[in-house]
Design a protein around this ligand. Structure first.
Ligand code: PEP
Length: 254
């Protein structure tokens, strides 16, 4: 058991899943988010942009935050299809995931773009959840730590604080695959992330930044992962689409 000085955050990434009917999942999560859970863990759900406004409304009074899955680095203008940070904030979001591996891989997002997106989010008082993580080939080549340190140096806005930044370590090979790193590997990586943030932001700020683990988290493995030192919660994809699974992961943070 680790003693926590940071209140954990469990954030759900619904990806491109969810129509209006699935707002019922969010309200079911809210019903299960009881007083004890509220005391021990913060929750956020990042639905598709189309559901952000109605989901925020449906969750009013629940103390569950909502977030976008991405935001533009631009403020406004001729950027067809993009959603700005101000729009997310206007729809009620508190967070914006940036640099998810699916964005980095499928949309060619570089560290510089991810940093610009994180800065855009911060300017609109959204907390960016900056995702980092190595591929299977990089881990096999013993480069995982170096890759993630480089992503942090390139993606984290200067002068971020625990109130304005969340990091999610998501090994690319663990996302949606059912595979997870060993607890020892997660511990090594999260300690390295804390150390690198210390160099970037100063030790005091780095000590308070929430470091989430993401990649095939489910109720059955959550307790082990959430008990790893420097793991301050989870970014959850598939299992966040079922209220009971998401709540099971939240309960594992107790
Ligand atoms: C994710 O997409 O951020 C993620 C962690 O997905 P999953 O939990 O499905 O592996």
């Amino acid at each position: 058991m680790v003693t926590r000085s940071i209140k954990p955050l469990v954030a759900g990434n619904w990806k491109m899943n969810g129509l209006k009917a699935e707002l019922a999942v969010a309200t079911e999560i809210a019903r299960g988010y009881d007083r004890e859970l509220k005391h021990t863990v913060d929750l956020a759900i990042c639905p598709p942009a189309t559901l952000l406004f109605p989901m925020t409304a449906a969750l009013t009074g629940s103390r569950i935050a909502t977030g976008g899955q991405d935001c533009s680095e631009q403020e406004s203008g001729a950027f067809t299809g993009e959603v700005s940070a101000a729009m997310l904030a206007d729809a009620g979001a508190g967070y914006a995931i940036v640099g998810h591996s699916e964005r980095r891989t499928l949309h060619g997002e570089t560290n510089a773009i991810v940093r610009a997106k994180a800065e855009a989010a911060q300017r609109c008082l959204l907390v960016p959840i900056v995702c980092v993580g190595e591929t299977q080939a990089e881990r096999a080549a013993d480069k995982a730590l170096a890759v993630v340190r480089k992503q942090l140096r390139g993606s984290v806005p200067d002068a971020s604080t625990p109130a304005t930044l969340v990091i999610a370590y998501e090994p690319v090979w663990a996302i949606g695959t059912g595979l997870t790193p060993t607890a020892a590997d997660v511990a090594e990586m999260h300690e390295a992330i804390r150390g690198e943030l210390g160099k970037l932001l100063g030790k005091a700020a780095a000590a308070g930044v929430r470091l989430l683990y993401g990649g095939s988290v489910k109720p059955s493995n959550a307790a082990e992962l959430m008990n790893v030192p420097h793991v301050d919660g989870a970014l959850v994809g598939g299992a966040s689409l079922k209220a009971e699974d998401f709540l099971g992961i939240a309960r594992a943070c107790r």
